[in-house]
Design a protein. Structure first.
Length: 192
């Protein structure tokens, strides 16, 4: 454990030794590999890593009155309904902002004149290398939605403060949505 009175750790040192690595499953969205390793304690072990083939993107759209939009949908892996910020994936080789702009339009119909990247995050760094980005989208213009065929989406317009309250009382549990809404609120407060 690091405390302020001890020297800082060497953040460049990797205590894991990889002996072999094998892709054990993949599909168009993920790749799962199993690594044979020597763990930091010196013992042989295995480590499973889920690699995403897209960047995770979340967007917090906010209008001039301080309202935002949540997207509701049934999430298959959780077997439950989830309220989230508009989000999706962008190909690794594609510009992140262009992917975010496309996702906002597909899920909400909105385009935005002002974009600010407010967060870079890792969604579950003990099992996946997924990297995510959250944008604040402002100066909104409405348009037609164009969800993917796997999405049955419901849009909900509400004050940003109410969406943050949903985070605080665990009605919103998606990690990117939690981080994005809290950072958007803090960013907008700092600008006021």
């Amino acid at each position: 454990m690091h405390s302020s009175s001890s020297p800082a750790p060497d953040e460049t040192h990797n205590p894991w030794q990889v002996l072999s690595s094998e892709v054990v499953y993949q599909n168009p969205w993920i790749r799962v590999r199993e690594d044979q390793v020597i763990n930091p304690g010196g013992s042989p072990s295995i480590y499973g890593v889920v690699s995403m083939k897209n960047k995770a993107l979340g967007i917090v759209p906010v209008d001039a009155e301080g309202n935002t939009w949540l997207v509701g949908q049934f999430r298959y892996p959780l077997n439950e309904y989830s309220w989230e910020i508009p989000m999706g994936g962008g190909p690794v080789e594609e510009d992140i902002l262009l992917s975010a702009q496309r996702e906002l339009q597909e899920e909400t119909g909105f385009t935005a004149a002002r974009w600010t990247c407010i967060a870079r995050l890792h969604t579950s760094n003990s099992v996946t290398d997924e990297e995510g980005f959250v944008y604040l989208a402002e100066d909104l213009t409405p348009g037609a939605v164009a969800p993917e065929e796997t999405e049955v989406l419901h849009l909900w317009k509400l004050p940003l403060a109410e969406a943050v309250e949903m985070v605080m009382n665990d009605r919103i549990t998606d990690a990117i949505s939690v981080a994005g809404l809290l950072k958007a609120e803090r960013y907008l407060q700092s600008r006021a």
